[in-house]
Design a protein around this ligand. Structure first.
Ligand SMILES: [Zn+2]
Length: 308
């Protein structure tokens, strides 16, 4: 049987909060309850927002809570490193060359204002759909380099279907959902979609468990997996943790940040709070990670066949 490999991939743009711990617990339990391997990857693609000191704090907070990772982290243990995205440009470069060789990539110099000007009124949910302004008339066609242009990849007007372990069957038409999307920005920064696919594929990740704000972006990733000749992992998107006002937790919620939580609670109390929110335990009582692992075996057998 193939080894189960999961990962936790935080961005070091601030201290973790209870929502990150919740995702870490679920992904760790999901692989550990089946004897799998858990990777810690630092997603520091954004040089402006990412800081090494935050990555160190993430590791320190995880250790304090009792987490150990089999691969990854700042010291880069394991055969698939480096485990910091900022050190993986050569892998992304190689993947981009392969995408360009499909003839489906093209340069785009549109500004955000240009793209917004082409939006239809029904796209007022905040989603921006690129209308293909710079798309060549005929595809596939060779990529023509253009200075400071973003690289977009053309998407087909057809449905991509996948089964999310938690949310069930999903059908997304990328042409309608987002249009041709960026794989490398005009300033040279890599898109999240490209980096996450390359990293998960090369690190042998078989299960991606993360917040459900990324549910539909899985279709973009599956499309890239196909073009690059990789097998997509199993996706499992968990509901985001909200505050008492029903708003998704962010780094601004100080009372749920690890800084505050560590000053006021034991590791077991914090794990209990997060596990209770995930409905793994019926009350918010203190519990260790190992104890949670025992409780979670049944939970994950149910999770495989249910929806949150
Ligand atoms: Zn354009």
């Amino acid at each position: 049987m193939k080894e189960i490999v999961g990962r936790f991939a935080p961005s070091p743009s601030g201290r973790m909060h209870l929502g990150n711990i919740y995702t870490a617990i679920l992904s760790w339990l999901s692989v550990k309850s089946r004897g799998g391997k858990w990777i810690l990857r630092i997603e520091d693609l954004d040089p402006q927002r990412s800081k090494l000191e935050y990555a160190r704090m993430i590791e320190d907070d995880l250790h304090w809570l009792g987490f150990e990772w089999d691969e990854g982290g700042l010291d880069g243990k394991g055969p698939n490193g480096p485990y910091l995205q900022s050190k993986r440009h050569h892998f992304y470069e190689e993947a981009l060359d392969r995408l360009k060789s499909t003839g489906l990539c093209y340069p785009c110099s549109c500004t955000r204002a240009d793209i917004l000007a082409t939006q239809a009124p029904h796209e007022s949910d905040g989603r921006v759909v690129y209308k293909g302004t710079c798309r060549p008339a005929v595809l596939p066609s060779p990529y023509i380099e253009k200075n400071r242009a973003a690289v977009r990849i053309a998407v087909p007007d057809e449905e991509i279907t996948f089964t999310d372990r938690i949310k069930g069957m999903q059908t997304v038409n990328l042409a309608r959902h987002c249009g041709d999307f960026i794989v490398r920005r005009g300033d040279g920064a890599w898109s999240y979609q490209l980096a996450v696919v390359v990293d998960d594929a090369l690190m042998g990740v078989t299960e991606v468990m993360r917040g459900d704000d990324l549910l539909l972006s899985a279709a973009q990733q599956i499309y890239l997996y196909r073009l690059l000749g990789y097998t997509p992992p199993e996706f499992a998107h968990v509901p985001l943790v909200c505050n008492e006002k029903g708003i998704r937790l962010s780094k601004r919620d100080k009372s749920l940040s690890m800084e505050y939580l560590r000053a006021h609670h034991t590791p077991e109390e914090i794990l209990g709070m997060a596990a209770h929110r995930a409905s793994i335990i019926p009350t918010s009582s203190p519990i260790s990670l190992l104890h949670l692992l025992e409780k979670s075996k049944l939970y994950f057998s149910i999770l495989n066949n249910s929806k949150f």
